[in-house]
Design a protein around this ligand. Structure first.
Ligand code: ATP
Ligand code: SF4
Ligand code: MG
Length: 375
């Protein structure tokens, strides 16, 4: 697919009618896609009334998201609480039905599958959840928890082989296979997340969606779990979507990073493009909040403090959704939805998809505020 046309702000795009296509088009030549997501929408209806419930609005949790996940890569997804990360993951897993858009797994549309076709696809896309304390049933042994997926897919491990298969999985995630009869409360937080990962691996999936897999863990344990995920990726040729609140956690593990704000992807690019050449003000603000160990570097950088609350996803701002908190906002930002596209005049690492009308301007908050007279 080629990138054609130029939008008024000089951004390359396939056409204004399909705004997120631009980012999608850019990603096509990179590698072999395993998941292709286009214009994905998930709205939760808001209803009123007791006897006669009627819809009065919708929470636009995911509102036109496009990207692709390539075979063997890790795509990090970051954004503040409530921006739609978990909803995106659930729609990709078919745990929530998409309101619109498309999800293709190896070229096959999976967003509207049901029955045995859905079951077959689910085997290949698994999830690891955030909280290892609540995502494991306290009344089940570790053996039963990890072996549970085999009940739905007995073809992966026939009954006689299951105990051995579970012990192999315990070994693979660095736990003693002898622990098979223990209960979740007998493990530490990091060990419990290893159990969650073993369960995710049981059906030999190709894609694992990790929804904040280390957010509930101590910092020292976070690194161990991330290292384990990296090691397993090489061993089993896995593709990961790795969801997190903050950019510092995903940096180590991600090949590319997508930044979400209020149901939309606002910037997506490689490690270098996002961390050293971010062009979207929201990404710049998130980056400015990442702790820097070097005191000299810490002193010299500009901290961008975002003011105001995240608006309600039931009633997002017109135009750019970030405009109510953006120090660069101008009149145009309220009128025109910015495309997730690449300004054609940007070169090198700055040339990547960013949903900002003024993506070419990379000033810090202070500089821009002074220029705009809004400080
Ligand atoms: N089942 C539901 N019904 C109605 N609204 C929902 C439902 N699930 C999520 N939402 C809303 O959708 C929005 C996105 O929620 P989501 O859980 O996807 O955010 P998140 O980015 O994962 O947040 P966090 O970082 O806190 O986990 C929120 O406003 C949330 O309240
Ligand atoms: S489009 Fe406008 S409001 Fe949105 S991020 Fe860019 S400058 Fe800020
Ligand atoms: Mg979440």
């Amino acid at each position: 697919m080629t990138v054609e046309g130029t939008t008024p702000n000089g951004a390359t795009a396939l056409g204004a009618a399909v705004p997120q296509e631009a980012a999608f088009a850019q990603e096509v030549p990179r590698g072999e896609p395993i998941l292709e997501v286009r214009d994905l929408v998930k709205h939760f209806p808001l209803t009123e009334g007791v006897l006669f419930r009627r819809q009065v609005g919708a929470v636009k949790a995911v509102d036109g998201v496009s990207f692709q996940l390539e075979k063997g890569e890790t795509l990090g997804i970051v954004g503040e609480s409530g921006c739609g990360k978990s909803t995106l993951a659930k729609v990709l897993m078919n745990l929530e039905q998409a309101t619109g858009g498309s999800v293709r797994y190896k070229g096959e549309e999976i967003s509207r599958l049901s029955g045995s076709a859905l079951k077959a696809v689910r085997r290949n896309i698994q999830m690891v959840f955030q909280d290892p304390y609540t995502s494991l049933n306290p009344r089940m042994t570790v053996g039963d928890i990890i072996g549970e997926p085999f009940e739905i897919h007995p073809e992966v491990a026939p009954k006689g082989d299951r105990r051995r298969a579970v012990q192999d999985l315990l070994d693979v995630v660095g736990l003693n296979p002898e622990y098979i009869n223990r209960y979740p409360h007998q493990f530490s937080g990091g060990q419990r997340q290893r159990i969650g990962i073993a369960r995710g691996l049981a059906l030999k999936p190709e894609v694992i969606i990790c929804d904040e897999p280390v957010s509930a863990l101590d910092v020292s344990v976070q690194a161990q779990v991330i290292n384990l995920l990296e090691q397993l990726q090489g061993e089993f040729d896995l593709s990961y979507m790795f969801i997190a609140h903050d950019l510092s956690i995903v940096r180590h593990i991600s090949d590319r990073v997508g930044v979400m704000y209020l149901g939309k992807l606002v910037e997506i690019g490689s490690d270098l493009e996002i961390y050293d050449h971010a062009t979207h003000p929201y990404t710049q603000a998130l980056l400015s909040a990442v702790p820097v160990p070097d005191p000299a570097a810490r002193e010299s950088r500009d901290r961008i403090v975002l003011t105001g609350d995240v608006p309600s996803p039931a009633n997002p701002p017109s135009g750019c959704r970030f405009r109510t908190r953006c120090w660069k906002a101008r009149d145009r930002c309220a009128e025109e939805v910015p495309l997730l596209a690449s300004p054609s005049w940007l070169r090198g690492a700055a040339f990547h998809a960013s949903a900002c009308h003024f993506a070419a301007e990379r000033e810090t908050g202070q500089g821009a505020a002074e220029r705009e007279g809004t400080a």
